[in-house]
Ligand binder design. Structure first.
Ligand code: TRP
Length: 474
């Protein structure tokens, strides 16, 4: 049998895993959710969840993936009798996420172009329109939405075609450090704007009131965000783990991924929130417009140099998004490549990358056409009554919301919950310990891992699920 080609170096693996974790969830989702869920209180809950759920599920996923050395589907089939089917859930969900991920990634590319236009005073710049006007016009332009979404999807596809070390590892090893540098540049600009202090206060001055008002709500939002941000509950870390060799230390790598992902989320908060407070004091902090309306206004208000910051910022977001979308596509592609290799046909990576991207592309086109609901299409949960939308069973404004609800809100916490139950009660946490200890040395966090995986993590995940479901249905 042909050998399965994995990551070449620990650094490359880390950059790929951090690249998967760091994405729109950090730069778009985190500041938004923090903005609309009470700032500091949200941050606090998020940090606790990252340690007792995120880290635990991360170690579990990496370990079972490396143990079998197979795709998510095959991993569950090999390890479990009761949860054989779980790999399918973990492979289906990336399709849903990819659909809106590519649409949003496309928006970021559009905004790079827009700011390049501004730099040269070209017709494809903002032409004196406000951020809100530009965004609305873009959302209403369905052709443009689809074209940019597909460009993003094609970039993703070509990198995955290059393979794990030749495509993914190479891209992330350069892209991630570049992203960190650009982020620092934007933070310095954002935090030195007059009035930025208000944003910093919002993030870091302790305020527990939101927890008293709506604890379950904050917990559920922070929980969903945490799973999404760390790329958990969806087969990504199982897949990346399967390409990791036995000498690498799983617990240490998992910790580094969690820490970096959280750091970048915080840094994104520092880049986005102070600027939003400075420019729009008293305005609504949060919502999808933060990245594409508020920030564009910030760049426009800086004069000529603003276009340069705009280009840097949207380039950074695009980089982060690509390094995540490749991990999503890879989950699907790995499964089919493994199958083909087993049959002795070679891995056929190129063909499968194209097929998987095309399948994801269908849903992506739907999300792009919908343009965050601007098109006025029908969305599950919403009906037209006398010319006005009314919500019936669910509160969905657009297809992006709907796919996000299914994946981030339900499938991910559910997938991670069932994985914990499998590890905790069916195969036993010592399977994970044995795998971790293959790299030599003891698993120092085993005691903590065992208690969490059996009791604390599942309990919190049930609460997250209940909170999310309550949020979605009227
Ligand atoms: N973690 C990425 C983000 O923060 C998104 C992502 C990539 C993801 N791969 C995933 C989410 C797998 C869940 C599962 O934007």
């Amino acid at each position: 049998m042909e050998e399965r080609k994995g990551f070449k170096s620990t650094f490359g693996f880390l950059m790929a895993a951090v690249g998967s974790a760091v994405g729109l969830g950090n730069i778009w989702g985190f500041p938004n959710k923090m903005g609309s869920n009470g700032g500091f209180a949200f941050l606090l809950v998020y940090l606790v969840l990252a340690v007792v759920c995120g880290y635990i599920v991360m170690v579990g996923e990496l370990a079972i993936g490396r143990k079998t050395g197979k795709s998510a589907i095959a991993t569950y089939q090999t390890l479990s009798k009761k949860f054989k089917w779980l790999g399918w859930l973990a492979t289906l969900s990336p399709f849903l996420i990819l659909s809106f991920y590519c649409a949003l990634g496309g928006y970021c590319i559009k905004y790079i172009v827009l700011n390049v236009g501004n730099l040269f005073g070209a017709a494809f710049g903002t032409n004196g329109l406000s951020g809100g006007e530009i965004f609305e016009a873009f959302m209403l332009n369905q052709t443009e939405g689809v074209v940019f979404g597909i460009i993003f999807l094609l970039i993703t596809m070509f990198i995955v075609m290059g393979g794990v070390s030749g495509g993914i590892e190479k891209f992330c090893s350069v892209g991630m450090p570049a992203l960190a540098v650009m982020l620092v540049v934007i933070i310095i600009r954002s935090c030195t704007l007059p009035g930025a202090v208000e944003g910093l206060k919002f993030m870091f001055v302790p305020n527990f009131a939101p927890l008293k008002e709506n604890f379950l709500g904050v917990l559920a939002t922070a929980g969903g965000q945490m799973f999404f941000s760390l790329s958990l509950g969806m087969g990504v870390m199982i897949t990346y783990g399967s390409y990791l060799d036995k000498q690498k230390d799983i617990t240490k790598n998992a910790l580094v991924i969690v820490i970096f992902d959280t750091l970048v989320a915080l840094m994104a908060g520092l880049a986005v929130l102070p600027a939003a407070f400075a420019l729009d004091p008293g305005g609504k902090i949060g919502g999808p417009s933060l990245l594409f309306v508020t920030l564009q206004n910030v760049f426009d208000s800086m004069g000529g140099i603003g276009a340069v910051f705009g280009i840097i910022f949207y380039l950074l977001v695009t980089l982060a998004a690509v390094s995540s979308s490749i991990s999503l596509l890879e989950v699907i592609v790995t499964h089919f490549c493994d199958k083909a290799t087993e049959k002795g046909k070679g891995d056929k990576r190129k063909i499968y990358s194209v097929i998987a991207a095309a399948a994801a592309g269908v849903l992506c086109v739907l999300v792009c056409l919908d343009g965050l609901g601007y098109s006025g299409y029908w969305v599950p949960g919403r009906v037209l009554v006398d010319g006005a939308w009314q919500y019936t069973a669910m509160y969905n404004d657009c297809w992006l919301d709907f796919f996000d609800m299914l994946s981030e809100g339900i499938m991910m916490p559910l997938g991670a919950l069932l994985m914990c139950l499998m590890i905790g009660y069916e195969i036993g946490p010592d399977v994970v310990r044995d795998e971790v200890e293959k790299s030599g040395g003891k698993m120092k966090t085993y005691g903590f891992f065992k208690i969490c995986v059996r009791f604390i993590t599942p309990l919190l995940m049930v609460m997250v699920l209940i909170g999310q479901i309550k949020d979605f249905f009227l």
